[in-house]
Design a protein around this ligand. Structure first.
Ligand code: GLC
Ligand code: GLC
Length: 808
């Protein structure tokens, strides 16, 4: 069952009913000011840091789920409603929410009044713009009353929901005509305030929540709206809000638009006041002057569209399969940019007060956006590298505002360092910018201890070699990619964090996943070493990788698939000898990606085992059988009920590794079929089962052992976005930048017979036409009318257009 449809020309998903199975959201903002917005107008906004600079309040874990937002209420002769249906939930004659790229447009109509609310954050602006258009669709004149509503958060979102003894006494606002200023704590150490304004005279306003709602009412029945009258309240403590009241006369067929601006402003510390007690409003006035007219809003919206058009033109495909095209051309890169902006901070599953930037996560996210914003990817890489410790290990997370490693979450996740090599290699391949390797970067943010970026990569690589266990395989430390496989933890205290607890100082538990990651990244590492002129290091790296590959085949092969790990006691994890958890997905995907066992046929065998034991109609589960009981020696993985998350859930992040692995062994049909199982556009028709947005990947879909098999959770902020983009665009469609040229090597199976790709890379444009007979690789390429040897198209100078014919 669908709840809407894709409008590919407009690059929108059109939600047709507000009664979706869960709030379906969008992200506003592309630079420093961001908003989360559900299809009914729920959500919140913040400046840069979702915890420390939250502008509006949102209630996670509420009943119903989506509580708090930027609401516009229409009062029409005693009747009142909201265009997004919720929170008032009065039946609408018409409803629609168009989810676009960094904007949403919600339209509701009732009794001859249509209200459309366009929400977006203009480029270069620290504010949301909401344009509310009211239209009288009947033949008689009408007077309606429009009430706006936002509830201010007292900046620190964590403190805001915990420290009531203080917070209920500190709220402060100023009201000046149609402009409301939220200035809690501005009297003391803050030099920032929020503004909420409309470009028209108001009939009234409210800034005190209880005055607006009434003491016993929720957002669905504000007293001021029901009565059609504001209280003109000025908040003093309690909960400051912003509400404007406009009286709007509409002739038959007449339409009127109002521009609301909700923004964040800072003043210099020594220029905070206009006069004692009155905020310096200069920056607010400048902001508001930019959005006074409908024309200004149109111009800003057009600029935002152009921004996306430009960015998305980097990689486009026309295949005739619209589900595939819309993911690759629009929604997947869009989600990759959302992960660039948000990391794992703010979604409807991440509260914005929890996690910082993950070292591992950020490097993988980069794989998905590096082609869209190479310069910003470069900056990001240097930020990440600066948190690396001198011995090559890494803090697991760092804080975006300070860019310092976060000690609370600790370190010792032994896969972390290698992801820096992956991220850097991806950047260099995309940009050709070798200078980044010589960039001086501190260790642990200490400027006295700095070295070229390449030295960081070297320490990453050697960190693995310095930490080998009894079988010559890498020690796992706290965990590897699977945060929940905690083999040195042994926690028996309820509630204790598996990521920071315990760590028996064992040097036994080994990870075959890290071994695969090491072998996979070694050729790139060696190539970067060569580019630096370190021939000996490159040669040694290749030797180490070859040896590690052999070690995996010797000690990491279980007969029909790759083992997952050895635990603290040296016992196998992910083996037929185990009772539960006999086979895991991660090593099957990554070992084959690394080329381990390809020549000997073990790779195919491992992938057949994935098909036979792990694949379901909804994707590939992480392990089987699921752990039924808690295993103290395995950690968090067995803490989840069977079928959810890392305990046999379908982790959409690692499914693409198997897709890529299938292309390595030449089974493009399998690769595409696996992609279709988890791609949100392909799950649209079963939205009642999937339940989350059909335009964003989810981190997890419940596995076959779960009661709710097929149901997705944790949409948007997940490495799933980057990896699926890599799998579908670089390996299945087969176009990927390498150090020496653009690889064109599709592996897609017979049912996509013909497709074209336009790829911009290093300033040149490649127009690639693929005739796919799936008769076997390698593909035959014709570049600018000349057949070439192999599948690597040499890079052309910037400005050139290169045509590539490909037959495979
Ligand atoms: C989450 C984490 C990621 C981890 C994965 C598997 O997605 O953000 O770092 O690799 O879970 O545990
Ligand atoms: C990852 C995992 C999650 C775990 C968390 C702990 O996000 O996906 O299951 O609880 O790490 O930090």
């Amino acid at each position: 069952m669908r709840f809407g449809h894709f409008d590919d020309d407009a690059r929108e998903y059109v939600i047709e009913t507000p009664r979706t199975p869960y709030p379906w959201i969008n992200y506003l903002g592309t630079e420093e000011f961001f908003g989360l917005l559900s299809h009914t107008g729920g959500g919140y906004c913040f400046y840069r840091d979702a915890r420390l600079r939250r502008l509006t309040r949102y209630r996670y874990n509420n009943v119903p789920t989506d509580a708090g937002g930027r609401y516009y209420y229409v009062h029409d002769g005693g009747d009142f409603w909201t265009p997004g249906w919720a929170p008032v939930k009065r039946e609408l004659d018409r409803y629609e929410c168009r989810v676009g790229l960094s904007y949403s447009r919600i339209t509701g109509e009732r009794n001859g009044v249509r209200a459309e609310v366009l929400y977006f954050v203009p480029l270069g602006t620290n504010a949301e713009v909401h344009r509310v258009t009211l239209k009288n669709t009947r033949t008689a004149a009408k007077r309606v009353r429009l009430f706006s509503f936002v509830e201010f958060c007292l900046w620190d979102a964590w403190d805001d929901q915990t420290n009531y003894q203080r917070n209920l006494s500190i709220g402060e606002v100023e009201v000046d005509g149609s402009t409301i200023y939220h200035k809690t704590e501005y009297r003391e150490r803050r030099n920032h305030y929020a503004v909420y304004s409309v470009n028209a005279p108001v009939a009234g306003f409210d800034t005190d929540r209880e005055s607006f709602l009434g003491p016993w009412n929720g957002f669905g029945e504000p007293r001021a709206v029901a009565e059609g009258e504001s209280r003109n309240s000025v908040a003093s403590g309690w909960s400051p809000i912003g509400s404007h009241h406009l009286a709007v006369d509409l002739a038959p067929d007449e339409e009127k638009a109002f521009v609301f601006v909700l923004g964040y402003l800072e003043n210099p510390v020594d220029d905070k006041w206009e006069r004692p007690g009155r905020v310096n409003k200069k920056p607010a006035r400048e902001l508001l002057s930019r959005f006074q007219t409908a024309g200004q809003v149109d111009t800003a919206l057009a600029a935002l569209r152009d921004y996306w058009t430009g960015m998305l033109s980097t990689f486009t495909v026309r295949s005739g399969d619209e589900r595939l095209d819309r993911m690759v051309n629009i929604w997947n890169p869009y989600q990759c940019m959302v992960t660039f902006n948000m990391s794992r901070s703010a979604s409807y599953f991440e509260t914005g007060i929890g996690r910082g930037m993950g070292f591992r996560d950020s490097n993988q996210d980069l794989l998905g956006f590096v082609h869209l914003v190479p310069a910003r990817a470069r900056e990001r890489l240097l930020d990440i590298a600066a948190t690396q410790k001198p011995d090559g290990s890494a803090y697991h997370q760092y804080q975006p505002l300070t860019k310092q490693g976060n000690n609370d979450v600790g370190s010792g996740f032994n896969d972390d360092p290698l992801w820096l090599v992956s991220g850097t290699a991806a950047y260099v391949k995309e940009s050709g910018d070798l200078s980044v390797l010589k960039e001086t970067v501190p260790f642990d943010n200490d400027p006295k201890d700095a070295a070229p970026l390449f030295e960081h990569l070297k320490r990453s690589f050697h960190h693995v070699l310095q930490n080998l266990g009894p079988h010559g395989l890498p020690l796992i430390g706290r965990a590897d990619w699977n945060d929940c496989l905690n083999l040195n933890c042994f926690s028996d205290t309820p509630g204790e964090s598996f990521q920071t607890t315990g760590n028996r100082t064992g040097r036994t538990a080994e990870s075959i996943f890290i071994a695969a990651l090491f072998v996979h990244i070694a050729p790139d590492y060696a190539a970067l070493a060569e580019a630096m002129g370190f021939e000996e290091e490159a040669r040694a790296a290749r030797e180490h990788a070859a040896r590690m590959g052999e070690t995996v085949l010797e000690h990491g092969w279980d007969g029909d698939w790759f083992l997952r790990a050895y635990d603290f006691f040296g016992k196998k994890v992910g083996s037929r000898e185990c009772e539960d958890g006999q086979i895991f997905i991660e090593t099957q995907g990554y070992c084959v990606m690394a080329g381990i066992g390809v020549a000997s046929g073990q790779a195919r065998k491992a992938l057949d085992s994935v098909r036979d034991r792990l694949e379901t109609a909804h994707g590939i589960v992480l392990n089987q059988p699921a752990y039924e009981a808690y295993h103290i020696e395995l950690g968090e993985i067995s803490s989840y009920p069977p079928g959810y998350k890392e305990n046999a859930g379908i982790f959409c992040h690692n499914n693409p590794w198997v897709m890529i692995a299938e292309t390595v062994v030449g089974r493009g049909d399998r690769a595409l079929a696996l992609w279709r199982k988890i791609a949100p556009s392909c799950r649209e028709e079963t939205s009642e089962v999937h339940r989350l947005e059909p335009y964003a990947y989810a981190q997890m879909i419940a596995g076959r052992d779960a009661v709710r098999h097929g149901e997705a959770k944790n949409s948007w902020l997940t490495g799933t976005a980057a990896w699926n983009f890599v799998a579908i665009s670089q390996h299945i469609l087969g176009v990927r930048p390498e150090i020496g040229g653009l690889r064109v090597d599709p592996c897609i199976g017979p049912d996509v017979e013909h497709f074209t790709i336009v790829r911009h890379c290093r300033g040149a444009e490649y127009r690639i036409t693929v005739t796919n007979k799936a008769t076997g690789r390698p593909a035959r390429l014709v570049v600018d009318d000349r057949p070439i040897e192999g599948t690597l198209v040499p890079y052309a100078p910037a400005g050139r257009v290169v045509t590539v014919g490909c037959e495979v």
